[in-house]
Ligand binder design. Structure first.
Ligand code: HEM
Ligand SMILES: *[C@@H]1O[C@H](CO)[C@@H](O)[C@H](O)[C@H]1NC(C)=O
Ligand SMILES: *[C@@H]1O[C@H](CO)[C@@H](O)[C@H](O)[C@H]1NC(C)=O
Ligand SMILES: CC(=O)N[C@H]1CO[C@H](CO)[C@@H](O)[C@@H]1O
Length: 340
C-alpha cells in the first residue's frame, strides 16, 4: 500500500537523525521539533506486555464507549501542541497551579480520553511498575483508536518522558479556535513544523469523527450578519438541521452536533467531501474550502482517500514527536494526573 511506502521514506530519514544526543526539546516559548532519541522497541525488554495491554484496553473501551476515539485524538493533539507530547494535558490543577487541562479551551475535552489513559496506566503499572510514560500511553492509544474506527495505521516511536510543567497560561496561541483566521492557522502549524497540506490532513482527520458543542458554531446559524441570518457558506438544508439540533443550546450547553454529519463515527475522507457541499460544521472547517491555499488540497483528499491517509499518518507521526522530552527533561509519572 502506498502510504506504507511514504511512511517508510519518512522513517528512514528520521532514523538518520535519531542517533543524535538528546537536547532540550523546547526553545524559548515556541516549540521546535528537535530530533528526540526514541525507538520503536523502547519497552521490548522492560515492559513486553505494553502493546497487548494498550490493544486490549483500547478495544474494550471504544467498544463500550464509541466517543473514546474522538475524545482521545483531540486530547493527544491538544497535549502535543502545548509544551509538546509530554502528557502535560493530563495533570490536575492544584490550589497553587491552574493546569493546562483547565484552560478555557479544555472545558470541552471529553472525559473518555482521560479515562482510557488511566485504565491503560493502571494495567501497565501492575505489569511493569514505573516504566511506561503517560505520554507514550497517550500516543499509542490514539494510534490504535484511529485505526479501530477505520483510519490508517502508523508506527509510533517510544521513549517520551512525562513533562514537569503544566500551565493553563501556556495554551494561548498554541491552539486554534473557530475564529482563528486562515493566516493565523497556517502560521500556528508552521511554527510547529507542519506544512499547509499536513494542517489540512490533521484537521480533516480530527473532524471526520466526534462532535462540537453548539456554542462553537451557533453564530453561523443564528443572527449571522447576512440577509438570511445564516452563514452563506453553509449548506441551507444542513443549516436548518443544525438550528433544530441547537434550538435550546443556551439553556442546555451540552447540545452538540457531529463534526462529520454523513459518517460521524468512521474515520474516512468524508469530511473533505462534506466541505465541497457546504457541510463543514465549524467556521475554520468551511474556511479550508474557501482559501486558495487549502482548497486544492481539500479537493485532492475528497477524491482520493489514500492520499489523505498517507498524509494524515505521516503528519501524526510528526505530531507525536513535537517537543518530546527525554532523559532528565522529564519523568515517568506514577499517576498520569500528578507529578511524582
Ligand atoms: C486547526 C484548527 C482546529 C480547530 C479550530 C479545532 C476546533 C475544534 C472545536 C471547536 C471542537 C469542538 C469542541 C467542543 O465541543 O466545544 C473540536 C473538536 C474536535 N477536534 Fe478540533 N480543531 C482543530 C484541529 C484539530 C486537529 C488537528 C485535530 C486532531 C488531529 C482535532 C481533533 C478534534 C476532535 C477529535 C474533536 C472531537 C472531540 C470529541 O468528539 O470529543 N482538531 N475541534
Ligand atoms: C466567533 O466570532 C463571532 C463573531 O464575532 C462571535 O459571534 C462568536 O461568538 C465567536 N465564537 C466563539 C466560539 O468564540
Ligand atoms: C491517490 O493517492 C495515492 C497515494 O498518495 C497515489 O499513489 C494514487 O496515484 C492516487 N490515485 C489517484 C487516482 O490519483
Ligand atoms: C475534562 C476536564 O478535566 N475538563 C476540565 C477543563 O477545565 C474546566 C474549567 O476549569 C474544568 O471544570 C474541567 O473539569
Amino acid at each position: 500500500m502506498a502510504w506504507r511506502f511514504v511512511l517508510f521514506l519518512f522513517l528512514s530519514s528520521l532514523s538518520a537523525t535519531i542517533a543524535q544526543p538528546a537536547q532540550p526539546a523546547t526553545v524559548g516559548h515556541h516549540h521546535r521539533t528537535v530530533p528526540p532519541r526514541l525507538t520503536l522497541n523502547y519497552y521490548a525488554k522492560t515492559c513486553p506486555q505494553f502493546d497487548q495491554i494498550v490493544e486490549d484496553t483500547v478495544y474494550n473501551k471504544q467498544s463500550t464507549n464509541p466517543t473514546t476515539a474522538a475524545a482521545t485524538l483531540r486530547l493527544f493533539f491538544h497535549d502535543c501542541m502545548v509544551d509538546g507530547c509530554d502528557a502535560s494535558i493530563l495533570i490536575s490543577s492544584t490550589p497553587t497551579n491552574t493546569a493546562e487541562r483547565d484552560q478555557d479551551i479544555n472545558l470541552s475535552l471529553a472525559g473518555d480520553g482521560f479515562d482510557v489513559v488511566t485504565r491503560i496506566k493502571n494495567a501497565v503499572e501492575l505489569a511493569c511498575p514505573n516504566v511506561v510514560s503517560c505520554a507514550d500511553i497517550l500516543s499509542v492509544a490514539t494510534r490504535n483508536l484511529v485505526k479501530q474506527v477505520g483510519g490508517p495505521f502508523y508506527q509510533v516511536q517510544l521513549g517520551r518522558k512525562d513533562g514537569l510543567v503544566s500551565m493553563a497560561s501556556h495554551v494561548e496561541g498554541n491552539l486554534a479556535t473557530v475564529n482563528t483566521s486562515m493566516d493565523q492557522m497556517i502560521e500556528m502549524f508552521k511554527e510547529k513544523g507542519f506544512t499547509i497540506e499536513e494542517m489540512v490532513a490533521l484537521t480533516g482527520g480530527g473532524h471526520t469523527i466526534g462532535f462540537s458543542h453548539c456554542n462553537q458554531f451557533s453564530n453561523r446559524i443564528f443572527n449571522y450578519g447576512s440577509p438570511s441570518g445564516v452563514d452563506p457558506t453553509l449548506n441551507p438544508v444542513f443549516a436548518n438541521r443544525l438550528k433544530q439540533i441547537c434550538a435550546n443550546y443556551q439553556a442546555n450547553p451540552t447540545q452538540a452536533a457531529f463534526n462529520d454529519p454523513m459518517t460521524p463515527g468512521t474515520f474516512d475522507n468524508m469530511y473533505f467531501q462534506n466541505l465541497r457541499k457546504g457541510l463543514g460544521l465549524l467556521g475554520t472547517d468551511q474556511a479550508l474550502m474557501n482559501d486558495p491555499r487549502t482548497k486544492p488540497i481539500v479537493n485532492t483528499f475528497a477524491a482520493n482517500q489514500s492520499a489523505f491517509f498517507d498524509t494524515f499518518a505521516q503528519a501524526m507521526v510528526k505530531t507525536s514527536l513535537v517537543g518530546v522530552k527525554t532523559g532528565k527533561h522529564g519523568q515517568v509519572r506514577v499517576r498520569c494526573d500528578r507529578f511524582n
